[in-house]
Design a protein around this ligand. Structure first.
Ligand code: SF4
Length: 81
C-alpha cells in the first residue's frame, strides 16, 4: 500500500503524469487527480489543494509519474505495514 499526494496548487496541467500512470486523470478543473475507480485505488480524498489517494498496487508507475512532473506536484509515500 502506498499514498499518492497531488498538490493541485502546484499542478500546472501538463499531464506528464497521465502518460506514465493510468491511475492519474484530468478532472473538470483541468488539473490532475486520481481515478477512484482505477484498479487498486482504495480511496481518494481532497482537502483543499491536496488530493491524497491510497493505492494497493504497483508503485513504480506512480514513481515515474512523480519524477516526470515538472513542478514536483506529486509525492509518493510508502505506508508502513
Ligand atoms: S505532471 Fe504534475 S503538473 Fe502535470 S498534470 Fe500531472 S501533477 Fe499536474
Amino acid at each position: 500500500m502506498f499514498e499518492i499526494e497531488i498538490d493541485r496548487d502546484a499542478c500546472d496541467g501538463i499531464f506528464a503524469c497521465l502518460t506514465r500512470d493510468e491511475r492519474f486523470v484530468e478532472d473538470e478543473d483541468g488539473l490532475a487527480t486520481v481515478d477512484p475507480d482505477a484498479a487498486g485505488v482504495v480511496s481518494v480524498s481532497q482537502n483543499g489543494d491536496r488530493v491524497v489517494a491510497t493505492v494497493d498496487g504497483d508503485i513504480n508507475d506512480a514513481r515515474l509519474a512523480a519524477q516526470a512532473c515538472p513542478p514536483n506536484a506529486i509525492v509518493i509515500r510508502e505506508e508502513d505495514t
